[in-house]
Write a protein that binds this ligand. Structure first.
Ligand SMILES: [Zn+2]
Length: 74
């Protein structure tokens, strides 16, 4: 019993650590992406697409999703 409990705790700590690593990595990727986009003409990043697979891209007053193909004009 005691062994299981400490294993459970260790797993939680590992999860927390993984989560933190993932959080940092996502932040790094987002910063990188924004940096890359800043150097492109007329393109910026919007909010997440409703497909949930990507952020929306905005170019020349057109909003589009590179993943699901959704697009509309602003
Ligand atoms: Zn989409």
């Amino acid at each position: 019993m005691r062994k299981r409990r400490s294993h459970f705790r260790r797993s939680l700590a590992e999860l927390e650590s993984d989560l933190e690593t993932t959080r940092v990595r996502i932040q790094q990727l987002e910063n990188t992406l924004r940096g890359v986009v800043r150097n492109l003409d007329n393109i910026s990043i919007g909010g997440p697409c409703r497909c949930g697979e990507s952020m929306l891209l905005i170019r020349q007053k057109k909003i589009f999703c590179p993943e699901c193909g959704y697009q509309r004009t602003m």
